[in-house]
Design a protein around this ligand. Sequence first.
Ligand code: GLN
Length: 546
Amino acid sequence: MTSTAKYIFVTGGVTSSLGKGIIAASLAKLLQAQGYRVTIQKLDPYINVDPGTLNPYEHGECYVTEDGAETDLDLGHYERFLNRPTSQANNVTTGRIYQSVIQKERRGEFLGKTVQVVPHITDEIKERIQILGKSGKYDIVITEIGGTVGDIESLPYVEAVRQLRWDLGDNNGIVIHLTLVPYLSAAGELKTKPTQHSVKTLMESGVQADILVCRTEHNLPSDLRRKLALFCNVKEDAVIQSIDASTIYDVPNLMLEEGLDKVVLRKLDLECTKPDIDQWNQFLKRHKNPKNEITIGLIGKYVELQDSYKSILEAFIHAGAENEVKVNIESVHSEYINQDNAELKLGHLDGVLVAPGFGERGIEGKIDAVRYVRENNVPFLGICLGMQMAVIEFARNVLNIKDADSVEINAETENPVIALMEDQKTVEDKGGTMRLGAWACDLKIGSKVRDIYKSESIAERHRHRYEFNGDYKEQFEAAGMKATGLNPDTGLVEIVELQDHPWFVGVQYHPEYKSTVANPHPLFVAFVKAALSSKKKKNATVSQNK
Ligand code: GLN
């Protein structure tokens, strides 16, 4: 099948962390808002087959798609902006490319030929890029090339783009190059030289950028835009400024003001109309004009790096806007929480979220945090490991099973209230072997979650190996911790709730992955609401006692 879609390649120059993902997502939003069916793909130049085995300190959180792919966090931005699910095909790494080429070689598919970077690796890259376009589901595919041009590891990708542009023909594939225009305060000047060099580097590989998006701290004056156009072989209206924004959600409007959508569609020979972004702007208005403010504690062990909990932070932005509440997030390192300082560290918070995670470090602090919020009626949301810690805490301090533990932490425990899932027992490989992706969950009548979701059955995304041990279910339920969400096929406990608590919910899945601007996640919306009412109640009591 031939490609029916048009392609936009986004490369990066000068430095990393310029926000290619946000630019790609913002452009996609504007194109989608004109009625085009758009998807975004990320190509990552590292050798890991996927980011699932990476520590969050490396590239931030691992994002999980409906079909169970462990992917780069940029896919989260794509979904949050476009409100459309992504899939395994939307994230490809060098490791996956090589794995596939080597498997083909072992099967003898190359008919005795020497297997080489060009053409075999580049062919595989081209095929992966076109899978989405050939599906017939999209009019436009935006492919973001990870890394910075000039990097050794990016070379095969740039070469694949060069070839593909040739294969696709005029007006069917364009290149947007994202660069930095630094401001030298000593000279009081914006500098274009790094951009000139990075465009030149791209040209050395045979790729001419069609559009420059220039990250900058100050407005680019027209003479500087002219200069960039002249030296970089682009039209003046194809020099787009991307000025620092107070929120990533402003970027689509900034790109609209700069006419990025217009230039792109002209170059792709597609019709350009006025994008309808009313709903987006309503969200922005609510986000920027909150009527109330709350502070939520995020208890985790990767808190030094904001990107580790990206989807959770974004889900709070969506839920905050929905409630017209500014949600301040206070990160609390779980390693430094204990029973003695819990009041000091958590006492002022309006709600507490215990984050997902792996391994032993910081575990006891999470358990002590749960104890504090349970005993003090602080709204609580536990996600994945956070839910497991809530179960352990309840077992130890309410059921009085003092040695209750997760097998992940203590393989020898006599009371494994959190146990390894049956089908995990034979698993040896670490990569791609967890319980991943969307699984169904039935919600119990009369439960808080059924009320929140307004549905009897949901599907949420997972990433875990351990589960609530069903042998203890009766005991937990009798003492007030109810299993209110169950997998319909296996009976696996997906949700626990405390009966005698204003708002205490633990979920084995990751609701944060499904929260988008257009569809804030109901659990986060309800949690923010509960935290706000808890704050109001607290304030009322304080003023009464004055
Ligand atoms: N480590 C736990 C498990 O594998 C929780 C995983 C998570 O929080 N994503 O079950």
